[in-house]
Design a protein around this ligand. Sequence first.
Ligand code: F6P
Length: 361
Amino acid sequence: MIMSKTIGILTSGGDCAGLNAAIRAVVHSATRLGWKVIGIEDGTHGLLSHPPRVKELKPENWTNTVLRMGGTLLGTTNKGDPFAYPMEDGTLKDRTDEILDNLESLNIDALIGIGGDGSLDILHRMMKKRNIGFIGIPKTIDNDVALTESCIGFDTAVQVATEALDRLQPTAASHDRAMLLEVMGRDAGHIALVAGLAGGADVILIPEIPYDIEKVVAHIQKIKDGGRNYALIVVSEALKTTGGDAMMVKHADGQKRYGGVGGYVANQIFERTGIETRVTVLGHVQRGAAPSHRDRMIATAFGTEAVRLIAKGKVGRMVAWHARNVINVPIEEAVADYQQVDPQGALVKSARAIGICLGDE
Ligand code: F6P
C-alpha cells in the first residue's frame, strides 16, 4: 500500500531537449498513484521568491505535446549557487535556509531535481540539511555526469551537431574550403567525438586528447594533396590552445564561458597551409530542439524510476542508464566525479581506425 504523497520537481542548470518529457513522466506516473506534484519554477530561484513560485502539475496540463517540446516548461537557472549566492552588494550569502523554509512550507515528502552534476550536488547537499528525500535525474548535453551512460539531452545535441556537419560538407566541397565546427561540451568532448564520427569529420579535437597543431595541419594538407578539395574539422569548446590556455569569452553579465577556440585553430591551419578555413560556432542551437526518440525514451524511463524510488522510500539516489536499462546509484558517488571521453575507449579507437586525426598522431 503506497501512502499518498506530495512531491516537488524542478529543473536546474542549462536546459536541453527532453526535460519536458521527464517532467511529463513524473507527473503521469505520480498522479496515477494518487500523489500531488508541485512544479517549482526557475530551479532554486523559484524558492527564493516569497511566496515561492510553484504550480501544481496535473496530467491534463502535461499532454503529449509537451513530450515533443524542447526547453523546460518549468524554467531553469544555471546561476546563483544557493550556498554562495551573489548578492547585489557584491558579497556571497548562504541562502539555503531561505530555500528550505519555502520548500517545507509546501509540505512535500520528496524532491526530484533534474540537473547536471553541479546542480545535483548542490540540491542533494541542501536537501540533506533538513532530511528531505531527494532523487536526481541526470541531464546535460555534455553527457559528463558520472555513473550513467547517458544523460537527457545529449543525443539530441549530437543529432543537431551531426546535421550541421551534413550541411557544412556540400558548401565546403563547393568552395574548396576547410570547414571547422565548434561544438559545446564544458570540459568533455563527447559531443565533438560522437558528432564527428557520425558526420564524417576528418579531424576531431577534444580536451581529453592533447594535440599537436603540426599534426592537424599535416593531416589536412595530406587530404588536399590526395585530391580532395575540402576537409571537415570538429573542435570541442573546452579544447585548450597549444600554450595550454582555455579560450573564454566574458559575457555582459561578467560570467566567463568557453568560446573562441574554433577560430584559434582555424587561424593556425590557415597560417600554415593557406587553406581557407571557415568557422561555425554551433552554440545554444545544440540545446534547443524537439528531443530525439532516445532522449524521450531515457527521460521517460528516468522520470518513472524516480517516482518508483520515492514510492519505495529509497532516496538519496540518482537514476542512471546502464546496459539498456534504468538503474539507480548513490547520488554522492555520482556527483563526486565527472565523466570525460575515455582516450582508450571504443569510439576513439574507431575514429583512429578509419583515419580520423585526433591531433596526436
Ligand atoms: O553545460 C551545458 C552547456 O551547454 C555547456 O555545453 C556550455 O559550455 C554551457 O552550458 C553554456 O552555458 P550558458 O547557457 O550559460 O551560455
